[in-house]
Ligand binder design. Structure first.
Ligand code: NIG
Ligand code: FE
Length: 400
């Protein structure tokens, strides 16, 4: 095959168990070739010469025996918002519990912000995601909560010009806005009739928060049904603060993912395993709200495939460091390092309906790579709290 980029001298962590050793498909002395932004060949370095014909101007990257992973995938973020909730965090540390009500403070600041400011803030956040080796970020709306403001947030997300790919999710059903406090069902009508049918290509997924202080299962069901009719992929913020039925609802609708799951039960896990919904776990939100961590081992024991994400948002987890989610996934959720690495690559890609296209190093996948400072990928979990990114390649081009 022909190639315009060749990577040599790498410990290749393909995240494709068919391609190498162990659950991460590791090739200890591996090489990779890409052409026009796509991976065209992966294999042991000794086979490179016979398999790949590099173009005369091809770029050669020498990983110096370091670990090379797929560009990381953050499959659950609330990227676009304005305002500041540090005071709310400080109040929690004085004993106030976290509640869904805080969302309205961000909604007020976001509605008041001009689009250029929302764009500038989101781009700075994408810079920080990229700095941590993330090449794809999901971005939810949900801090607008009117037809105009929700649309505006998705439009801002669609306009972002940045090496990091942004996958858009409509979350008009984040909480019931204060204006509808007396009649939440009327707001659900606005979401189902006044927002979802006119989204067009602005969103690929629809998410809804089913919880105490957010939406009931009956209301969330209506949102998911309306979204499915428009051909949107489905996601549910489920079982975060209370056990409210969101996980079973996600399973019933064959949602692509059920996210949070801190209060999930074995029945929930069995249903999510059957519906093949990815369980997206967000240990940063548990840590920063002082609430329980998700029962990750129980979920995996029932056959749920789990992903890890930052849950980047102003209320519960304002961090773009997905590597820290890997460390928390191991230290607090008791994932093995291999499980935690799959949870920010292959399984995170599956949570965005992109398994095989991103999140693994295999022929046909997009050439998004992360070269670590370390020769051992387990350092992502162990050498915690620091950024181990050395080089990032996006679509076959070195971007960092
Ligand atoms: O994922 N759970 C719902 N939404 C966010 C927090 C929203 C907020 O407090 O602004 C989350 O944790
Ligand atoms: Fe969230």
């Amino acid at each position: 095959v022909r190639a315009d980029l060749v990577l040599v001298n790498a410990r290749l962590v393909t995240c494709d168990p068919r391609a190498g050793d162990g659950p991460l498909g590791v090739l200890d002395r591996g090489a990779l070739a890409s052409d026009a932004g796509r991976i065209v060949w992966v294999g042991p370095e000794r086979d490179l010469g016979s398999a790949v014909e590099a173009d005369s101007g091809a770029r050669e990257l020498d990983a110096g025996r370091r670990a090379v992973l797929p560009g990381l995938v953050d499959c659950h973020t609330h990227l676009v918002f304005a305002g500041d909730r540090t005071h709310e965090f400080a109040a929690r540390l004085r004993g106030e519990p976290y509640s869904a009500g805080g969302v309205m403070a961000t909604v007020a600041a976001t509605r008041a912000a001009p689009p250029e400011e929302l764009e500038r803030l989101a781009l700075a956040r994408l810079d920080r995601f990229l700095a941590h080796g993330v090449t794809t970020v999901e971005a939810k709306s949900g801090y607008g909560l009117t037809p105009e403001h929700e649309r505006r947030l998705l439009e801002v997300a669609a306009r972002l010009e940045h090496p990091v790919d942004v996958v858009r999710t409509f979350m008009g059903a984040h909480v019931v806005p204060a204006e509808y406090a007396d009649d939440p069902d009327a707001y659900v009508d606005v979401v189902c009739i006044g927002m979802i049918p006119s989204l067009g290509l602005l969103a690929e997924f629809c998410d809804v928060w089913c919880d105490r202080g957010a939406f009931t299962p009956a209301q969330a069901h209506r949102v998911l049904r309306a979204a499915r009719q428009e051909g949107l992929g489905l996601k549910v913020h489920a079982e975060q603060l209370d056990h409210s039925g969101g996980a079973l609802l996600a399973a019933e609708h064959a949602a692509v993912s059920a996210d949070h799951l801190e209060q999930a039960t074995p029945d929930d896990a069995a249903a999510l395993a059957r519906s093949r919904s990815i369980g997206v776990l967000l240990p940063g939100a548990s840590m920063m709200t002082g609430t329980p961590f998700a029962p990750a081992r129980m979920l995996i024991g029932h056959g749920v495939r789990v992903a890890l994400s930052t849950d980047f948002n102003p209320g519960t987890s304002p961090s773009e460091n997905l590597q820290l989610a890997v460390a928390l996934g191991c230290a607090q959720l008791r994932l093995t390092p291999e499980e935690a690495i799959l949870a920010v690559t292959r399984h995170a890609a599956a949570a965005l309906a992109r398994e095989g296209r991103i999140g693994s190093l295999s022929p046909g996948a997009v050439c998004d790579l992360l070269i670590l400072e370390s020769g051992n990928e387990i350092d992502l979990a162990y050498h915690y709290g620091v950024n181990l990114t050395r080089t990032v390649v996006k679509n076959g081009t070195v971007v960092l």
